[in-house]
Design a protein around this ligand. Structure first.
Ligand code: UGA
Length: 430
């Protein structure tokens, strides 16, 4: 089977490379010429552990081609995997999806199935099909949302919890079932549904996970005033199989290119249909306030931060990525700067991206950032930070304070070296 991907962003590139690994001939198309030239030379534009190895193999075995415009495509399926950024209203901007879908229909045959992988509001596949028809194209349009996480996308693609297919066409359903057979043969669940439900499953899943995080972050705030321990609370709750332990880790708030955008979009979708979704709105507001809550925690301990040097360790929205989009760490850094602090940042992968959106001092190591700083703030859960030399930090930090907003350090070990240690969801703030 021959397939193509329009959009070599995060989802499109990972999926294209891994479909070629599953044995298909894949074409990857993107309008960014530089990106395509780099990809032809196995240079990937994102940090994703393991992806480069799979890409090199696909190039060597000639199972993937990269193009920067719509070549005439003789393919069975075109996957649309372009961005759906937020408009000011929170609504998803579907202009890239519409353009890509029309161009795809123009460059392939009427029998080619067009599959929307981009996150789009319920009703979009049906509207896209009607839109194509109004331009004289009869292609079927199906939904197949993706659930890849940055940093573990390879494992998530090859071993997903489920595959969702949304279509009312038997032919489209059979084709999608066939393409996923290498995974379903290994026992992966494939759930078939209509397009609207498939589209909603994606938004509802991301919004539910964001809700879990919002909930546990508010429980962390409660732990702080009730003298309880958030990590043990998460463990105690998460051991109940009905609750589950995943996405119950308190932190500085959820970020990235998906959760903030998708929960806003779902809230917009609901209000557009005059439906109340009060939980979503509460989560959006709770996550927005979370960053200021963290900043206030720092000020409670340090007093005035005017002209104080503060070291931020971890600027990406989570570990194992170089992505800083909607990163809580970036927002916290900006807020501390607004209040007069001098910010010094170290991150193993995210500094290049962060330097495009943040004016701060970028440092070559945690120690470089911490030298003569009043405090260290850990904002991303990189493994490297778990193995720091605390004796050295105690020597070079001016006020010997570590705020661990990911609760990743060994408290006893840190305190042994005379450092003051503050973590999330514990009484010590008061
Ligand atoms: C998320 C979903 O997890 C994927 O299933 C989905 O495919 C993807 O969005 C998407 O829509 O494309 P991702 O944005 O890569 O994936 O990141 P997550 O691992 O979900 O983390 C999102 C945010 O939640 C991060 O800021 C992370 O630090 C935070 N988080 C996560 C917590 O604060 N606590 C947790 O327990 C888990």
């Amino acid at each position: 089977m021959h397939i193509s991907f329009v959009g070599a962003g995060y989802v499109g590139l990972v999926s294209a490379v891994l479909f070629s690994h599953l044995g298909y001939k894949v074409i990857s198309i993107d309008s960014d010429e530089k990106k395509i030239t780099n990809l032809k030379n196995a240079i990937i534009p994102i940090y994703e552990p393991g992806l480069e190895k799979y890409l090199k193999t696909a190039i060597d075995e000639n199972t993937i081609e990269f193009h920067n415009n719509h070549i005439k495509q003789n393919v069975d399926i075109v996957f649309i995997a372009v961005g759906t950024p937020s408009l000011d209203s929170g609504e998803a901007d579907l202009s890239y999806v519409y353009n890509a879908t029309l161009e795809a229909a123009m460059s392939c045959s009427k029998d080619t199935l067009i599959v929307i992988k981009s996150t789009v509001p319920p009703g979009s596949c049906n509207k896209l099909k009607a839109f194509l028809k109004s331009h004289g194209y009869e292609n079927e349009v199906a939904s197949n949302p993706e659930f890849l996480r940055e940093g573990s996308a390879i494992e998530d693609f090859l071993n997903p919890d489920r595959i969702i297919i949304g279509t009312s066409s038997t032919k489209a359903s059979d084709l999608l079932e066939e393409i996923y057979r290498p995974l379903t043969n290994n026992g992966i669940d494939l759930i078939k549904t209509d397009t609207n439900t498939a589209e909603l499953i994606k938004y509802a899943s991301n919004s539910f996970l964001a809700t879990k995080i919002g909930f546990i972050n508010e429980m962390a705030n409660l732990c702080e005033v009730l003298d309880a321990d958030i990590d043990l609370l998460s463990k105690g709750m998460g051991s109940d199989k009905r609750i589950g332990s995943d996405f119950l880790k308190a932190g500085p708030g959820f970020g990235g290119s998906c959760f903030p955008k998708d929960i806003l979009a779902l809230s917009y979708i609901a209000s557009d249909k005059n439906q109340k979704c009060e939980i979503l709105d509460a989560v959006i507001s709770s996550n927005k306030n979370r960053k200021e809550y963290i900043v206030n925690r720092v000020i409670n301990v340090l007093g005035s931060i005017e002209k104080k040097k503060i070291a931020i360790l971890g600027i990406t929205f989570k570990a194992f990525t170089d992505d800083v989009r909607h990163s809580p760490a970036v927002e916290i850094a900006k807020s501390l700067q607004d209040k007069g602090a001098n910010i010094y940042i170290y991150d193993p992968e995210g500094m290049k991206n962060a330097s495009n959106i943040l004016e701060a001092s970028f440092c070559s190591s945690p120690y470089h950032a911490a030298e003569n700083a009043s405090a260290i703030l850990i904002l991303t859960e990189w493994d490297e930070f778990k193995k720091m030399d605390y004796a050295l930090l105690a020597n070079i930090l001016e006020e010997k304070i570590i705020f661990d907003f990911r609760n990743i350090l060994d408290e006893k070990e840190v305190k042994k070296h005379g450092l003051r240690y503050y973590k999330i969801g514990q009484r010590s703030y008061f």
